[in-house]
Ligand binder design. Structure first.
Ligand code: DQA
Length: 142
């Protein structure tokens, strides 16, 4: 399983904690690793601020991962390249956002990722990643 994080998510804990919470990305990674272990899933966890690095990691996932959980950060709202990469990966995708993007600015209401996602989890903070891992465990065991 690949958990992929886009731009500025390395700043979690410091970045607008009233929106994104006080947990760091390292805290979220540790929680994901514990959940993955309980679900008997192997886990790769990756963050980049660069669109091309995210595209390359998704291309690699086609060969190495059974599914992709992605919080693409702001690229969610801008990136046709990530949509194309996810389509080419031919793996189940779950889109995650810490905040409820539909409660926020209008430019966050559109996602280029959603058309390729099995489902979207947003508004539950870091718990969203754990919910996504649980949903993914079911998807890949079918
Ligand atoms: C986010 C929501 C995006 O709109 C924003 O650009 C982010 C984080 C979230 O997790 O709530 O960087 O994906």
């Amino acid at each position: 399983m690949l958990v992929l994080n886009g731009p500025n998510l390395n700043m979690l804990g410091k970045r607008q904690p009233e929106i994104y919470g006080r947990e760091t990305l390292a805290d979220i990674e540790a929680a994901c690793r514990a959940e993955a272990k309980a679900l008997d899933l192997s886990l790769d966890f990756f963050q980049s601020n660069h669109e091309g690095a995210l595209v390359e990691r998704i291309q690699h996932a086609r060969e190495t991962n059974s599914g992709i959980i992605i919080n693409a950060g702001a690229y969610t709202h801008t990136s046709v390249a990530l949509l194309d990469a996810l389509n080419a990966a031919e793996k189940p995708v779950i889109e995650v956002h810490l905040s409820n993007i539909y409660k926020r600015e209008a430019f966050r209401h559109h996602s280029y990722i959603s058309p390729v996602a099995v489902g979207v989890i947003c508004g539950f903070g870091s718990q969203g990643y754990l919910l996504a891992l649980r949903a993914m465990a079911r998807l890949v065991s079918r």
